[in-house]
Design a binder for this molecule. Structure first.
Ligand code: FAD
Length: 316
């Protein structure tokens, strides 16, 4: 079933979560171990992130280094199929522009369709570690809107390399939104302009970047509505978990921690102090969002379900 149909047919706030494929070499059991504790909250869909290749230097001969490309977390599509097969829950693979030609994207979409996967989250992807800025594949897409256009065209039977109409696909398309602005956007106004382009191109709903201040989410929804974006906007939450997160999350995700939270974090001495505060903060955020009637709360588990379970136990 499509995410948008889950949302439209539900009278209450839904629960969903996102996982990362395990590091290469780990078995699918590590995925199940993360999902099993969360199944009691009846997630309507589970997102699986996509991770691009990165370049590392390996010593081939003494003193001679070779630059090699590796993907540390492959397996997104396989994990989605395994989740749907084992739990009978809809899986939402993340599909990115980076590293894909249009034809490779088309073939990936055909694979998804054959596997019975109706949903995907269409993203541009971040620059790879060795890139200063995002470089599109020479035959691929520069922005997520172009990927959404390609998927929307396939939903109408228009494939990239064929002149004739083919059997249409039937994908529900999610897209990313940034309550605190995407880090490359000139300002919020231009970011919203491009977000609207993505929705006009066929995105059925928006999932937000994580935020720790609900006010930012509510303002973002209002701003979206004011520019004519009418699709559901799903808030994304992540429990802050350890002392490292205090500087890592703002830096990596380009977000701010609100004063109330940072004041409490400053008092934390151990990872456990931060973790407990993070769970408490996540519960308060979730309660307020649920009370406000958001369509779904989406939790970033980063493949660690313990904290999300504690939050969900207090909410769902
Ligand atoms: P876009 O919508 O293309 O926007 C990128 C930037 O370009 C923005 O600043 C926007 O304002 C601007 N822009 C957009 N369209 C245009 C245009 N036509 N002309 C000029 N400027 C434009 N990354 C991964 O690699 N794998 C994942 O699994 C993954 N999952 C994510 C899940 C969520 C919910 C979110 C919020 C992010 C995720 N990301 C993931 C990160 C994401 O790929 C990065 O944030 C990336 O930098 C932007 O992706 P986007 O789809 O928002 O890009």
């Amino acid at each position: 079933m499509k995410v948008i149909d889950h949302i439209n047919t539900s009278k209450e706030t839904l629960f969903s979560f996102e996982i990362l494929p395990p590091l290469k070499g780990k078995s699918i059991q590590s995925i199940y171990d993360g999902i099993d504790p969360l199944m009691e909250f009846k997630p309507k869909f589970i997102n699986v992130t996509y991770h691009r290749e990165e370049y590392v230097y390996k010593e081939r001969e003494k003193g001679l280094l070779e630059k090699v490309s590796i993907r540390k977390r492959p397996g997104t599509v396989g994990i989605c199929a395994a989740i749907m097969n084992k739990y009978h829950v809809d899986a939402v693979p993340h599909l990115i522009c980076g590293g894909f030609s249009k034809e490779e994207t088309e073939n990936a979409l055909i694979d998804l369709q054959f596997l019975g996967i109706d949903n995907l989250l269409a993203l541009r992807g971040d620059p790879i570690k060795t890139e200063v800025s995002f470089t599109p594949h020479p035959k691929g897409h520069r922005y997520a809107v172009e990927l959404i256009e390609q998927i929307d065209a396939m939903n109408k039977g228009e494939y990239t390399l064929d002149d004739i109409k083919l059997e249409p696909t039937n994908f529900c398309i999610g897209t990313a939104g940034y309550p605190e602005k995407h880090f490359e956007a000139m300002n919020m106004q231009t970011d919203l302009f491009y977000l609207k382009q993505k929705v006009d191109a066929g995105a059925d709903y928006i999932v937000t970047q994580m935020f720790f201040d609900n006010k930012k989410y509510f303002e973002f929804v209002e701003a979206c509505r004011s520019v004519g974006i009418t699709v559901p906007i799903i808030p994304g939450l992540k429990p802050i978990k350890n002392l490292k997160h205090i500087s890592f999350l703002p830096k990596f995700f380009n977000i701010d921690l609100p004063d109330d939270l940072s004041n409490e974090l400053l008092k934390c001495k151990t990872d456990m102090d931060v973790r407990n505060l993070g769970v408490e903060w996540g519960i308060q955020q979730s309660k307020e969002l649920k009370q406000a009637g958001v369509p779904c709360i989406h939790y970033y588990t980063m493949s660690n379900s313990k904290e999300v379970k504690e939050i969900a136990s207090a909410i769902f």
